[in-house]
Design a protein around this ligand. Structure first.
Ligand SMILES: [Zn+2]
Length: 273
């Protein structure tokens, strides 16, 4: 069984029974995967230059009932029998809860490393006494791990849905449209704006399908089916190189995997018919 129960900040953190090691944006994986039953302490001592105090450790939650934490290594060391892997390479190759646990680990470490100094006054920050936050003692700025909300929407028209290819992807999949929510917008306003900007269509009724953490590097994807109500299909060519209507029985094979919310939106639409 694989199961992860996220926890908020607990200080001092409990003793970890499962360990994730992160360095340089990658995670240490053995043949058993990215979760280690014991901390390979030798990597702190044998290399000499690495002190345990030079890294940070954070409690993430419980993996199958066992406290699980992440440790950041400031210098990446080679560990026999292990390799350092990027998060993308784990997508689809480890169980989904484990993928999101590692994503959480990387995001928490990134937040910690990115906010050692105050972005407002430049002084050193400290950990908040209770919350997962860093605080500037000089100007009182408090920085929590940042999540960026995005909408992702499959535009539909009867038995057809609109699939797009993005200019930035070399091996372009046909996928749903997506975009960041701007300050002051709600999710539905962002959806309507993004569809209008990217493909020139107007949308009406929307149906919420689900949400998903997307740790590349810290998005929360909020997924919808959205009915097209008008406009002329005109891909913007900056972000979208091609956008086409597909009947639900003729969806191309090159769509995102089911682990992604985009893949789930497309499959939800196919199954509805
Ligand atoms: Zn400050």
């Amino acid at each position: 069984m694989t199961d992860f129960t996220p926890a908020g900040c607990v200080l001092p953190h409990p003793e970890f029974h499962r360990h994730i090691l992160v360095s340089g944006g990658e995670v240490l994986c053995s043949s058993q995967g990215p979760l280690h039953l014991s901390l390979p302490v030798h990597i702190f001592t044998e290399q000499g230059a690495i002190e345990p105090g030079a890294s940070c450790s954070h409690y993430l939650g419980e993996w199958c009932g066992e406290p699980c934490g992440v440790h950041h290594l400031p210098i990446r060391v080679e560990v026999p029998g292990c390799e350092w892997l990027g998060l993308r390479s784990l997508l689809g190759s480890v169980p989904e809860p484990l993928f999101f646990l590692v994503g959480r680990a990387l995001q928490v470490v990134n937040w910690d490393l990115d906010h050692r100094f105050c972005g407002r006054c430049g002084r050193q920050t400290e950990y908040h006494p209770r919350d997962r936050a860093r605080v500037c003692g000089h100007c009182s700025l408090v920085v929590y791990p940042r999540i960026s909300p995005c909408v992702i929407m499959l535009v539909t028209r009867g038995d057809q849905c609109l699939l797009a290819r993005h200019t930035r992807h070399r091996h372009a999949l046909y996928t749903a449209l997506a975009g960041f929510i701007e300050p002051g917008e709600n999710a539905e306003q962002a959806l309507a704006r993004e569809v209008r900007e990217e493909v020139g269509l107007e949308t009406g009724a929307v149906r919420y399908v689900g949400s998903q953490s997307w740790p590349f590097p810290g998005q929360l994807m909020i997924g919808y089916l959205a009915e097209a109500t008008g406009g002329a299909l005109t891909p913007d060519q900056e972000e979208i190189s091609e956008a086409r209507w597909f009947h639900r029985s003729e969806i191309p094979e090159a769509i995102p995997p089911v682990e992604t919310l985009s893949g789930q939106l497309i499959r939800t639409f196919i199954d509805k018919g």
